[in-house]
Write a protein that binds this ligand. Structure first.
Ligand SMILES: [Zn+2]
Length: 334
């Protein structure tokens, strides 16, 4: 049995495996420029952020109907459950779909068909977080928030993703203020490839409660002290960091130093179909490459529930934390 954990940094579009991409392409009459799943899987071995994003957006063309989004989410939830995930806070990128003529109702409706019955079907509680593409305009983000208003009973919060450098958090101040007024929780990617100043901006100007990635905070000791003092969680994605070259090799990942600094670190998978592993694979990879102890692994799992948006169900959070505390590590150690 795997260590119980929450996943807090997961882009549902990034869970599209080659097999499902081909199945949906066939169902929807979409032609993919790959002969078969083997050739497509080779394309998943991209070298940098731009080649990843090119492939990521190209493959989204297969997602057209509510059924497609439901199938995508169910495929993720099944894999996640097998990896010990008990609670998942799932990102989606509506702008990428709206731009292709797929409506907000189709995306949220389809995802919800899977998420709404996830506890019964997969034993995984869920929350949905709508992300804005930071390389799109602030006006586009605001229009997207407007388009989401009929579905806010299904959306817990907002986030900010895609290419970071050159798109500082300040650009989205107005849309974050509007989202806060609607009662939405706020997170943002910051300090992955962008500088530590972006993390400070995300906290001060966007009011984020959790920072996605955030590993470049380590370049600024005062920022680290603040993140520790204010108990701001960071959602780290170690295998993603290696694939996108935020770190050269996993053995050089700053996670142990971040844990030692007292930061509230969590481990997540980001875009697992593309980055070589789901969340337990990330846990095992950091354990092996960085020599984390069993108690450090347990702490990461505890943190994932502490950092999750379960304020609306503290009883459930307490139950999950009790599961982590009671977990007995076997040979495979989590
Ligand atoms: Zn991400």
């Amino acid at each position: 049995m795997p260590l119980p954990k929450a996943e807090l940094h997961l882009h549902i579009e990034g869970t599209l495996e080659p097999e499902l991409a081909f199945r949906l392409a066939a169902r929807n009459g979409v032609e993919l420029p790959y002969a078969d799943t083997d050739e497509l899987r080779k394309a998943y071995r991209f070298e940098d952020l731009q080649s990843f994003l090119d492939l990521y957006y190209q493959l989204m063309a297969v997602l057209r109907t509510e059924q497609d989004f439901e199938d995508l989410a169910n495929a993720y939830l099944e894999r996640a459950a097998a990896q010990g995930v008990r609670h998942a806070e799932i990102f989606f990128d509506p702008q990428a779909h709206l731009a292709r003529g797929v409506g907000m109702g189709t995306v949220v409706g389809g995802l919800w068909r899977a998420l709404g019955s996830s506890v019964e079907n997969h034993g995984v509680s869920t929350r949905l977080i709508m992300c804005f593409l930071r390389d799109e305009s602030a006006e586009s983000a605001m229009r997207t928030l407007d388009a989401a208003k009929p579905y806010l009973d299904r959306i817990t919060g907002i986030g900010l993703d895609s290419a970071e450098v050159g798109h500082p958090p300040v650009k989205f101040r107005a849309v974050y203020e509007a989202a806060a007024a609607l009662g939405l929780r706020r997170v943002a990617h910051a300090g992955e490839e962008g500088p530590p100043e972006y993390i400070t901006e995300a906290l001060d100007l966007l009011g984020v409660e959790r920072v996605d990635h955030g590993l470049r905070c380590m370049e600024d000791p005062e920022l680290v002290a603040r993140l520790v003092r204010e108990r701001i969680p960071l959602t780290l994605c170690p295998l993603s960091n290696v694939r996108l070259r935020a770190v050269d090799v996993l053995a050089e990942h700053p996670l142990p130093a971040m844990i030692d600094a007292g930061l509230l670190c969590t481990v997540n998978s980001d875009d697992p179909a593309y980055f070589g592993g789901y969340v337990a694979d990330n846990y095992h990879a950091v354990r092996d490459a960085l020599g984390l102890s069993r108690e450090q692994m347990r702490e990461l799992a505890r943190n994932s529930f502490l950092a999750s948006f379960l304020e609306d169900d503290e009883e459930l959070r307490a139950r999950y934390l009790a599961e982590v505390d009671a977990f007995e590590f076997g040979q495979a150690h989590g």
